[in-house]
Design a protein around this ligand. Structure first.
Ligand code: BG6
Ligand code: MG
Length: 212
């Protein structure tokens, strides 16, 4: 087989939390009188919570103290976590579920490589708590994508060399991280247009064909 492990980004690949990130950031931006829309929200894909806030603050009139930044990002996360409670196993599509099971059946190790500190909570909401062989997320890294750390750690957790791992990503920052980590990558959704990936997926189940 071409790969021994597959490392999946979570938000935008396994599930769709964009709308919840958007709603939570929108509440904070409105409170601060900052313009924020879906296009700016797209720039937040794959980057850490604080880096996301820095992007939103590009349109802020003035400079914000570090302690206020910390307070607003904490508040955003409280709003976001409340919204995540709406997620359930019904948010996991049959296509994703069946594909994951088929890949495991082939003998591939399956891991998560996510910038989110809420990855464990989201996986539990989806009914995937304990499903993956390893979870590398925002809690075990010091540098977020496009730095390769989250994927390098995931490869270490499943004890496979980077060249034997395939990363699946919906964000440009994530594809850059995979490449910087010496891994091949498959793009899905918006990331396809970057032209950086080894594989461009039309749909999640295409993974069954490229891992033969
Ligand atoms: C990534 C999302 O998965 O996690 C980003 O694509 C988000 O948009 C990042 O900023 C951090 O998420 P969290 O849950 O730690 O605030
Ligand atoms: Mg993503």
């Amino acid at each position: 087989m071409k790969y021994k492990a597959i490392i999946f980004d979570l938000d935008g690949v396994i599930c769709h939390t964009d709308k919840y990130h958007y709603m939570a950031w929108k509440q904070i931006a409105d409170e601060l009188g900052i313009y924020f829309d879906e296009t700016i929200n797209n720039r937040l894909r794959g980057v850490s919570r604080m880096e996301s806030f820095e992007i939103i603050l590009e349109r802020y009139d003035g400079t914000m103290k570090e302690e206020d930044k910390a307070a607003y990002t904490t508040k955003k996360n409280e709003v976001y976590k409340e919204l995540l409670k709406n997620m359930s196993p019904a948010d996991l599509t049959d296509e994703v579920k069946e594909t994951l099971l088929a890949l495991r059946e082939k003998g591939l190790k399956l891991a998560i490589g996510s910038s989110s500190k809420n990855a464990g909570f989201i996986l539990n909401q989806l009914g995937l708590g304990g499903f993956f062989d390893a979870v590398s997320d925002g809690n075990n890294i010091t540098h977020s994508k496009p730095d390769p750390e989250v994927f390098v750690k995931a490869a270490q957790f499943v004890e496979e060399a980077p060249r034997d791992c395939l990363v699946v990503e919906d964000a440009k920052a994530g594809l850059e991280a995979a490449i910087a980590g010496g891994m091949e990558c498959a793009a899905i959704g918006d990331a396809v247009s970057c032209g950086l990936a080894t594989w461009n997926l039309t749909t999640f189940s295409d993974l069954k064909n490229i891992t033969n």
